[in-house]
Write a protein of this length. Structure first.
Length: 136
């Protein structure tokens, strides 16, 4: 049985595949560019909307598209698993779960649980996944 644990945040996903003879680890980097608004108003155009708002919408749309690409890369990497679990800080794991539910239904059916977890070292991540599947 192919069991996989994924620690995920907005910068990277660490995929741990559990096997009887140990674990293998792959890392996928998100390559997401985050938009940091630094302006305080910008110049107004005819509609009365500041250019900062227009740029912010453009960047947020770009960020959304980059998340979709990131999630597709992760989904492709675990297509052949039998079951998997997600964990990590923030809400990226919940966003990935939603994307699985909407775009990758067969894979979503293999999802066992989504857990919140703080930042961890690679060894802590491997131990967390190993312990999870040992008890489930």
């Amino acid at each position: 049985m192919k069991k996989v644990g994924i620690w995920i945040d907005s910068k990277k996903a660490i995929i741990v595949r559990v096997a009887p003879n140990g674990e293998t680890v792959d890392t996928i980097h998100s390559e997401i560019e985050f938009f940091n608004r630094t302006g305080t108003g910008g110049s107004r155009i005819k509609s009365g909307v500041t250019q900062d708002v227009i740029h912010e919408k453009k960047y947020l749309e770009k960020e959304k598209h980059q998340f979709k690409n990131y999630f597709k890369t992760i989904a492709d990497a675990i297509l052949n698993c039998d079951e998997f679990m997600l964990f990590g800080p923030a809400d990226t794991s919940e966003k990935f779960k939603k994307e699985l539910m909407e775009q990758y239904k067969p894979l979503f059916g293999k999802l066992l649980v989504v857990k919140k977890a703080d930042s961890m070292t690679e060894n802590q991540i491997k131990a967390f996944v190993r312990d999870f599947f040992r008890h489930n």
